[in-house]
Design a protein around this ligand. Structure first.
Ligand SMILES: NC(=O)c1ccc[n+]([C@@H]2O[C@H](COP(=O)([O-])OP(=O)(O)OC[C@H]3O[C@@H](n4cnc5c(N)ncnc54)[C@H](O)[C@@H]3O)[C@@H](O)[C@H]2O)c1
Length: 423
């Protein structure tokens, strides 16, 4: 089996940077490319922009002699594999925006290729690798199987989860041809504990959007039931604890302000778009999106009803945790931010604390994270706990806030208190 010694990684974000580190740790030389000059500068200065990597880890990567980062593609001519880890967002109208993948493809096509393996790692709908990327790579006269090989291998990293090393994650691989698949297996086998080959890029693309769609549907379903429980006067958290005692056929999901991030609420829409194109209605995804979109407004309604005069106008609200997910600094598609926007639109004076997010821009206004002092907690009409980051001072929040609305049951271990309300 051939052994890859040098790889290029296009896109040094939440996926590409940890992946570069992993490849370097497994003995490869990595050339990273990112169009964002701020990221390249930050790497040169040894400063991490990703909550999962410390400055020390970035410095050890950038000074170890096996990693280089640049904003141009020139260095990729000397590598054996090129891994594309660029964003795949949705447009305003909910349709896939593949412009970053297309641009990366055009850049690669313009390089003097010599049989490099190109792998798309970005999440996308079934068909992208062969219907979109392959024609771009061939557009300047280059031939698949001679000038380049093409594979799809979805990234399955779980930001914020340090308990599970990236190389432990089973790596799904596929190739456009048998040779492409053979090369993809050779690239990833020395790096990942388990490589899962599938028969085509379309199957691998579907595997990725399916695993994220099932999470989207399940979390949205629990959120829908949480709303129902509130109307029925039932504690959803007590119910879930009981349900989760079932030793088989049950997957635990927790309610909250809604699913955010660049993946879980986005990938299902990629699948839905492709399904629409062939006349298939994915009703579960449609329903999950409707529930998910409704959650921030529902949280705002609950806060309003909890206030002594049931009015948001003029109230001072301290929101705690605005990232889209526990223990990350990523704000993409963050539902806590949407909650903040709605509360501000309805006339509340909002401030926020997030240990991982120093400032945010919401509704055209910039907010800086405030310190979670006893005074700040006491002076708010309500502290709204939106994201349960590990290092939040939960006991102090409960001790000093006048009213707490806890959407994550992060305060649960302290036992019930009259001024603490759960979602
Ligand atoms: N973040 C996650 O948890 C996660 C998990 C699994 C899969 N994914 C998927 O991986 C892909 C990347 O996600 P991410 O979270 O790392 O995004 P990101 O925004 O953190 O990083 C992408 C990087 O690509 C750069 N970029 C964009 N276009 C480029 C181009 N043409 N050339 C070079 N650089 C370019 C951007 O400047 C950015 O730094 C997406 O498809 C996403 O769905 C993300």
């Amino acid at each position: 089996m051939m052994r890859f010694r040098a790889a290029g990684v296009i896109g040094l974000g939440y996926v590409g940077l940890p992946l570069s580190k992993l490849l370097v740790e497994h003995g490869m030389r990595v050339t990273g490319v990112d169009v964002d000059p701020a990221k390249i500068r930050s790497l040169q200065d040894g400063i991490s922009y990703i909550s999962d990597l410390s400055d020390a880890e970035v410095q050890s990567l950038t000074t170890g002699g096996r990693f280089e980062a640049a904003s141009d593609y020139g260095g990729l001519t000397a590598v054996e594999a090129i891994l594309i880890c660029v964003p795949t967002p949705i447009r305003e109208d909910g349709t896939p925006d593949l412009k970053y993948v297309e641009l990366a493809g055009r850049h690669i096509a313009s390089l003097p290729l010599a049989g490099q393996l190109v792998v798309l790692e970005s999440s996308t709908y079934p068909g992208t690798t062969e219907e979109v990327l392959l024609p771009i790579l061939e557009s300047q006269g280059k031939k698949l199987g001679k000038d380049f090989y093409l594979a799809y291998s979805p990234e399955r990293i779980n930001p914020g989860d340090r308990s599970f090393g990236l190389s432990e994650m089973p790596k799904i691989v596929s190739g456009v041809t048998e040779d492409c698949l053979r090369m993809a297996k050779a690239l990833y086998s020395p790096v990942y504990r388990k490589v899962i080959p599938v028969s085509s890029p379309r199957a691998a693309e579907m595997a990725k959007v399916l695993e994220n769609s099932q999470r989207f549907v399940n979390i949205s379903f629990v959120n829908e039931v949480a709303k129902c429980c509130e109307k029925m006067g039932i504690d959803i958290w007590e119910v879930l604890e009981a349900v989760n005692s079932k030793p088989y056929g049950n997957l635990p999901f927790a309610p909250g302000p809604g699913v955010g991030g660049h993946c879980i609420p986005v990938d299902p829409l990629y699948l839905q778009w492709k399904a629409d194109e062939i006349g298939v209605d994915l009703a579960f995804i449609r329903a999950a999106k409707a529930v998910n979109d409704s959650m921030p407004g529902y949280i705002a309604d609950r806060v309003e009803r909890l206030l002594p005069d049931a009015r948001l106008e003029g109230k001072s609200l301290l929101l705690i945790g605005v990232a889209y997910k526990k223990d990350v600094n990523d704000l993409r598609e963050s539902s806590p931010l949407r909650v903040m926007e709605i509360l501000a639109e309805r006339g509340a004076h909002v401030s926020y604390h997030d240990p991982l997010v120093p400032s945010v821009s919401v509704g055209g206004r910039r907010y800086d994270s405030v310190e979670l002092t006893p005074d700040a907690l006491r002076s708010a009409d309500c502290a709204v706990l939106l994201m349960d980051h590990s290092n939040l001072p939960i006991a102090s929040i409960v001790a000093h806030a006048r009213l707490v609305f806890d959407t994550r049951r992060a305060t649960g271990a302290l036992g019930p208190a009259d001024h603490v309300k759960y979602l």
